[in-house]
Design a protein around this ligand. Structure first.
Ligand SMILES: Cc1cc2nc3c(=O)[nH]c(=O)nc-3n(C[C@H](O)[C@H](O)[C@H](O)COP(=O)(O)OP(=O)(O)OC[C@H]3O[C@@H](n4cnc5c(N)ncnc54)[C@H](O)[C@@H]3O)c2cc1C
Length: 256
Protein backbone atom coordinates (compact mmCIF):
# COMPACT_ATOMS: atom_id res chain seq x y z
CA UNK A 1 0.00 0.00 0.00
CA UNK A 2 2.75 2.47 0.99
CA UNK A 3 4.54 1.87 -2.31
CA UNK A 4 1.31 2.17 -4.27
CA UNK A 5 0.51 5.45 -2.52
CA UNK A 6 3.92 6.91 -3.37
CA UNK A 7 3.68 5.88 -7.02
CA UNK A 8 0.04 6.85 -7.36
CA UNK A 9 0.45 10.39 -6.12
CA UNK A 10 2.75 11.24 -8.98
CA UNK A 11 0.42 10.09 -11.70
CA UNK A 12 -2.70 11.81 -13.00
CA UNK A 13 -5.44 9.36 -13.84
CA UNK A 14 -8.97 9.68 -15.10
CA UNK A 15 -11.96 8.59 -13.07
CA UNK A 16 -15.53 8.44 -14.32
CA UNK A 17 -18.48 9.78 -12.38
CA UNK A 18 -20.60 6.76 -11.42
CA UNK A 19 -23.16 8.63 -9.30
CA UNK A 20 -23.80 11.97 -7.64
CA UNK A 21 -25.68 12.53 -4.40
CA UNK A 22 -26.78 15.86 -2.97
CA UNK A 23 -25.87 16.01 0.72
CA UNK A 24 -27.22 19.54 1.34
CA UNK A 25 -28.40 22.43 -0.84
CA UNK A 26 -24.75 23.33 -1.47
CA UNK A 27 -22.77 20.11 -1.06
CA UNK A 28 -22.62 17.08 -3.30
CA UNK A 29 -21.01 13.67 -3.06
CA UNK A 30 -19.38 12.46 -6.26
CA UNK A 31 -18.87 8.71 -6.64
CA UNK A 32 -16.02 7.92 -9.02
CA UNK A 33 -15.00 4.72 -10.72
CA UNK A 34 -11.21 4.80 -10.76
CA UNK A 35 -9.75 1.79 -12.59
CA UNK A 36 -6.38 0.80 -11.18
CA UNK A 37 -6.83 2.85 -7.99
CA UNK A 38 -3.98 1.72 -5.71
CA UNK A 39 -6.02 1.95 -2.50
CA UNK A 40 -5.96 4.59 0.22
CA UNK A 41 -5.94 5.15 3.96
CA UNK A 42 -8.78 6.86 5.84
CA UNK A 43 -7.92 10.56 5.98
CA UNK A 44 -6.03 10.87 2.69
CA UNK A 45 -7.02 13.18 -0.16
CA UNK A 46 -6.72 13.50 -3.92
CA UNK A 47 -5.86 16.39 -6.20
CA UNK A 48 -8.48 17.11 -8.83
CA UNK A 49 -7.56 18.95 -12.05
CA UNK A 50 -9.98 20.69 -14.40
CA UNK A 51 -8.72 21.74 -17.81
CA UNK A 52 -10.56 24.17 -20.11
CA UNK A 53 -10.56 23.78 -23.92
CA UNK A 54 -8.00 26.60 -24.16
CA UNK A 55 -5.62 24.65 -21.91
CA UNK A 56 -6.15 26.70 -18.74
CA UNK A 57 -6.25 24.37 -15.78
CA UNK A 58 -7.13 24.63 -12.09
CA UNK A 59 -6.26 22.14 -9.40
CA UNK A 60 -7.74 21.63 -5.91
CA UNK A 61 -7.46 19.03 -3.13
CA UNK A 62 -10.45 16.98 -1.94
CA UNK A 63 -10.50 14.52 0.92
CA UNK A 64 -11.66 10.99 0.22
CA UNK A 65 -14.96 10.44 2.04
CA UNK A 66 -15.26 6.71 1.43
CA UNK A 67 -13.59 3.97 3.41
CA UNK A 68 -10.73 2.20 1.68
CA UNK A 69 -11.89 -0.73 -0.40
CA UNK A 70 -15.37 0.55 -1.23
CA UNK A 71 -16.95 -0.24 -4.57
CA UNK A 72 -18.33 -3.68 -5.30
CA UNK A 73 -17.62 -3.95 -9.02
CA UNK A 74 -14.23 -2.21 -8.95
CA UNK A 75 -12.38 0.54 -7.14
CA UNK A 76 -14.57 3.51 -6.29
CA UNK A 77 -13.89 6.75 -4.44
CA UNK A 78 -16.33 9.22 -2.96
CA UNK A 79 -15.58 12.92 -2.65
CA UNK A 80 -17.92 15.39 -0.96
CA UNK A 81 -17.57 18.94 -2.23
CA UNK A 82 -18.96 22.03 -0.54
CA UNK A 83 -19.85 24.68 -3.12
CA UNK A 84 -18.36 28.15 -2.63
CA UNK A 85 -20.53 30.65 -4.51
CA UNK A 86 -17.53 32.56 -5.86
CA UNK A 87 -15.30 29.52 -6.26
CA UNK A 88 -13.56 28.47 -9.44
CA UNK A 89 -13.66 24.67 -9.07
CA UNK A 90 -16.34 23.72 -6.52
CA UNK A 91 -19.31 25.09 -8.55
CA UNK A 92 -18.28 22.91 -11.50
CA UNK A 93 -17.95 19.82 -9.32
CA UNK A 94 -21.28 20.37 -7.55
CA UNK A 95 -23.42 21.70 -10.40
CA UNK A 96 -22.03 20.79 -13.81
CA UNK A 97 -20.40 17.39 -13.40
CA UNK A 98 -22.79 14.58 -14.31
CA UNK A 99 -22.80 10.80 -14.30
CA UNK A 100 -20.50 9.55 -17.07
CA UNK A 101 -18.24 12.63 -17.08
CA UNK A 102 -14.48 12.07 -16.73
CA UNK A 103 -12.58 13.65 -13.85
CA UNK A 104 -8.81 13.90 -13.70
CA UNK A 105 -7.29 13.13 -10.32
CA UNK A 106 -4.12 11.95 -8.63
CA UNK A 107 -3.53 10.34 -5.29
CA UNK A 108 -3.87 9.14 -2.69
CA UNK A 109 -1.97 11.95 -0.97
CA UNK A 110 -0.97 12.44 2.66
CA UNK A 111 0.52 9.97 5.09
CA UNK A 112 0.16 11.97 8.30
CA UNK A 113 -3.54 12.76 8.67
CA UNK A 114 -4.59 9.10 8.62
CA UNK A 115 -6.20 6.72 11.05
CA UNK A 116 -4.95 3.14 11.29
CA UNK A 117 -7.83 0.70 11.94
CA UNK A 118 -5.42 -1.56 13.84
CA UNK A 119 -5.03 1.15 16.51
CA UNK A 120 -7.12 0.57 19.64
CA UNK A 121 -6.66 4.00 21.30
CA UNK A 122 -9.71 6.23 21.75
CA UNK A 123 -10.16 8.75 18.96
CA UNK A 124 -11.43 12.31 19.06
CA UNK A 125 -12.53 13.79 15.76
CA UNK A 126 -13.21 17.53 15.60
CA UNK A 127 -14.85 18.80 12.40
CA UNK A 128 -15.69 22.28 11.21
CA UNK A 129 -18.12 22.33 8.26
CA UNK A 130 -16.90 20.24 5.33
CA UNK A 131 -13.88 19.29 7.45
CA UNK A 132 -16.02 16.33 8.45
CA UNK A 133 -15.24 14.64 5.10
CA UNK A 134 -11.93 12.88 5.94
CA UNK A 135 -13.21 12.17 9.45
CA UNK A 136 -16.23 10.43 7.90
CA UNK A 137 -13.80 8.19 6.00
CA UNK A 138 -12.32 7.23 9.39
CA UNK A 139 -15.77 6.53 10.86
CA UNK A 140 -16.68 4.42 7.82
CA UNK A 141 -13.36 2.60 7.97
CA UNK A 142 -13.86 1.88 11.67
CA UNK A 143 -17.13 0.10 10.83
CA UNK A 144 -15.77 -1.63 7.72
CA UNK A 145 -12.75 -2.96 9.61
CA UNK A 146 -14.83 -4.07 12.62
CA UNK A 147 -12.75 -1.84 14.92
CA UNK A 148 -14.06 -1.18 18.43
CA UNK A 149 -11.76 1.77 19.09
CA UNK A 150 -14.03 4.26 20.85
CA UNK A 151 -14.71 7.26 18.61
CA UNK A 152 -16.07 10.67 19.60
CA UNK A 153 -16.93 13.23 16.95
CA UNK A 154 -17.48 16.91 17.74
CA UNK A 155 -18.99 18.45 14.63
CA UNK A 156 -19.33 22.21 14.36
CA UNK A 157 -21.78 23.27 11.69
CA UNK A 158 -23.69 26.44 10.88
CA UNK A 159 -27.22 25.03 11.05
CA UNK A 160 -29.03 21.69 10.60
CA UNK A 161 -29.39 22.31 6.85
CA UNK A 162 -25.61 22.39 6.46
CA UNK A 163 -25.07 19.04 8.16
CA UNK A 164 -23.22 16.51 6.01
CA UNK A 165 -24.00 12.81 6.52
CA UNK A 166 -26.55 13.58 9.27
CA UNK A 167 -28.69 10.47 8.71
CA UNK A 168 -25.71 8.18 8.38
CA UNK A 169 -24.08 9.53 11.54
CA UNK A 170 -27.33 9.05 13.47
CA UNK A 171 -27.66 5.49 12.15
CA UNK A 172 -24.08 4.60 12.99
CA UNK A 173 -24.42 6.12 16.46
CA UNK A 174 -27.60 4.11 17.12
CA UNK A 175 -25.65 0.88 16.56
CA UNK A 176 -24.17 1.58 20.00
CA UNK A 177 -20.74 0.13 19.33
CA UNK A 178 -18.67 3.03 20.53
CA UNK A 179 -19.32 5.98 18.21
CA UNK A 180 -20.63 9.15 19.90
CA UNK A 181 -21.46 12.35 18.05
CA UNK A 182 -21.96 15.83 19.48
CA UNK A 183 -23.02 18.77 17.33
CA UNK A 184 -22.15 22.42 17.89
CA UNK A 185 -24.47 24.65 15.84
CA UNK A 186 -22.87 28.03 15.34
CA UNK A 187 -25.93 29.91 13.97
CA UNK A 188 -29.16 27.90 14.32
CA UNK A 189 -29.86 24.75 16.35
CA UNK A 190 -32.53 22.21 15.31
CA UNK A 191 -36.00 23.63 16.03
CA UNK A 192 -37.33 22.51 19.40
CA UNK A 193 -33.98 21.10 20.52
CA UNK A 194 -33.42 23.85 23.03
CA UNK A 195 -29.73 23.46 22.27
CA UNK A 196 -27.75 26.68 22.62
CA UNK A 197 -25.83 27.89 19.57
CA UNK A 198 -22.17 28.76 19.67
CA UNK A 199 -18.67 27.92 18.65
CA UNK A 200 -16.79 24.97 20.03
CA UNK A 201 -15.58 25.85 23.51
CA UNK A 202 -13.46 24.53 26.34
CA UNK A 203 -16.66 23.29 28.01
CA UNK A 204 -17.70 21.33 24.91
CA UNK A 205 -14.22 19.83 24.50
CA UNK A 206 -14.32 18.77 28.16
CA UNK A 207 -17.80 17.24 28.03
CA UNK A 208 -17.79 15.66 24.55
CA UNK A 209 -14.09 14.83 24.19
CA UNK A 210 -11.74 12.54 26.09
CA UNK A 211 -9.75 13.44 29.17
CA UNK A 212 -6.00 13.75 28.50
CA UNK A 213 -5.39 10.66 30.70
CA UNK A 214 -7.13 8.56 28.01
CA UNK A 215 -4.32 9.47 25.60
CA UNK A 216 -6.63 9.77 22.59
CA UNK A 217 -5.57 10.13 18.99
CA UNK A 218 -7.00 13.46 17.77
CA UNK A 219 -7.88 14.60 14.27
CA UNK A 220 -9.05 18.17 13.63
CA UNK A 221 -10.20 19.33 10.20
CA UNK A 222 -11.94 22.38 8.75
CA UNK A 223 -11.33 25.99 7.74
CA UNK A 224 -7.94 27.28 8.87
CA UNK A 225 -9.28 29.50 11.68
CA UNK A 226 -11.47 26.72 13.03
CA UNK A 227 -8.59 24.25 13.10
CA UNK A 228 -6.31 26.66 14.93
CA UNK A 229 -8.99 27.48 17.51
CA UNK A 230 -9.87 23.82 18.09
CA UNK A 231 -6.24 22.69 18.39
CA UNK A 232 -5.60 25.51 20.85
CA UNK A 233 -8.57 24.41 22.99
CA UNK A 234 -7.27 20.84 23.03
CA UNK A 235 -3.80 21.92 24.13
CA UNK A 236 -5.28 24.17 26.83
CA UNK A 237 -7.35 21.18 28.01
CA UNK A 238 -4.07 19.40 28.70
CA UNK A 239 -3.76 17.22 25.60
CA UNK A 240 -0.36 16.38 24.14
CA UNK A 241 0.09 18.63 21.10
CA UNK A 242 2.01 15.83 19.38
CA UNK A 243 -1.13 13.66 19.38
CA UNK A 244 -3.23 16.33 17.60
CA UNK A 245 -3.25 15.93 13.82
CA UNK A 246 -4.71 18.77 11.81
CA UNK A 247 -5.83 19.34 8.24
CA UNK A 248 -6.63 22.85 7.00
CA UNK A 249 -9.09 23.13 4.14
CA UNK A 250 -8.95 26.71 3.08
CA UNK A 251 -7.49 30.14 3.27
CA UNK A 252 -10.55 31.58 4.96
CA UNK A 253 -10.51 32.02 8.72
CA UNK A 254 -13.30 31.79 11.21
CA UNK A 255 -15.77 29.14 12.23
CA UNK A 256 -18.16 27.37 9.85
C1 LIG B 1 -6.11 18.66 1.96
C2 LIG B 1 -7.39 19.37 1.57
C3 LIG B 1 -8.56 18.65 1.51
C4 LIG B 1 -9.75 19.30 1.15
N1 LIG B 1 -10.91 18.57 1.14
C5 LIG B 1 -12.07 19.17 0.81
C6 LIG B 1 -13.29 18.43 0.82
O1 LIG B 1 -13.31 17.23 1.13
N2 LIG B 1 -14.43 19.07 0.48
C7 LIG B 1 -14.44 20.41 0.14
O2 LIG B 1 -15.51 20.94 -0.18
N3 LIG B 1 -13.29 21.14 0.13
C8 LIG B 1 -12.12 20.54 0.44
N4 LIG B 1 -10.94 21.27 0.41
C9 LIG B 1 -10.99 22.67 -0.08
C10 LIG B 1 -10.83 22.65 -1.63
O3 LIG B 1 -9.51 22.24 -1.97
C11 LIG B 1 -11.04 24.03 -2.28
O4 LIG B 1 -10.22 24.96 -1.61
C12 LIG B 1 -12.47 24.49 -2.23
O5 LIG B 1 -13.33 23.56 -2.91
C13 LIG B 1 -12.61 25.86 -2.88
O6 LIG B 1 -12.19 25.79 -4.23
P1 LIG B 1 -12.84 26.76 -5.33
O7 LIG B 1 -11.99 26.67 -6.56
O8 LIG B 1 -14.31 26.50 -5.46
O9 LIG B 1 -12.70 28.19 -4.67
P2 LIG B 1 -11.54 29.27 -4.98
O10 LIG B 1 -11.77 29.84 -6.35
O11 LIG B 1 -10.20 28.64 -4.70
O12 LIG B 1 -11.83 30.33 -3.85
C14 LIG B 1 -13.00 31.17 -3.87
C15 LIG B 1 -13.06 32.00 -2.61
O13 LIG B 1 -13.27 31.16 -1.46
C16 LIG B 1 -12.17 31.23 -0.55
N5 LIG B 1 -11.90 29.83 -0.15
C17 LIG B 1 -11.10 28.93 -0.77
N6 LIG B 1 -11.16 27.74 -0.14
C18 LIG B 1 -12.01 27.89 0.88
C19 LIG B 1 -12.49 27.03 1.89
N7 LIG B 1 -12.10 25.74 1.99
N8 LIG B 1 -13.38 27.53 2.79
C20 LIG B 1 -13.81 28.79 2.70
N9 LIG B 1 -13.38 29.66 1.78
C21 LIG B 1 -12.50 29.23 0.88
C22 LIG B 1 -11.03 31.84 -1.36
O14 LIG B 1 -10.16 32.59 -0.50
C23 LIG B 1 -11.75 32.74 -2.32
O15 LIG B 1 -12.11 33.97 -1.73
C24 LIG B 1 -9.76 20.67 0.82
C25 LIG B 1 -8.55 21.40 0.87
C26 LIG B 1 -7.39 20.76 1.24
C27 LIG B 1 -6.11 21.56 1.31
Amino acid sequence: MARAAVLGRLTWQVGTVAAVRDETATARTIVLDVPGWPGHLAGQHVDVRLTAPDGYSAQRSYSIASAPGSGKAGPQLELTVQRLADGEVSPYLTQTLEVGYPLELRGPIGGWFVWDPAAAAPVLLVAGGSGVVPLMAMIRERAAAGSRAPFRLIYSVRDPGALLYGDELARRERVGDGLEVRYAYTRTAPPGSGQPTGRISAALIASAGWPPESSPAMFVCGPTGFVEAAADLLVRAGHDSGAIKTERFGPSGGQP
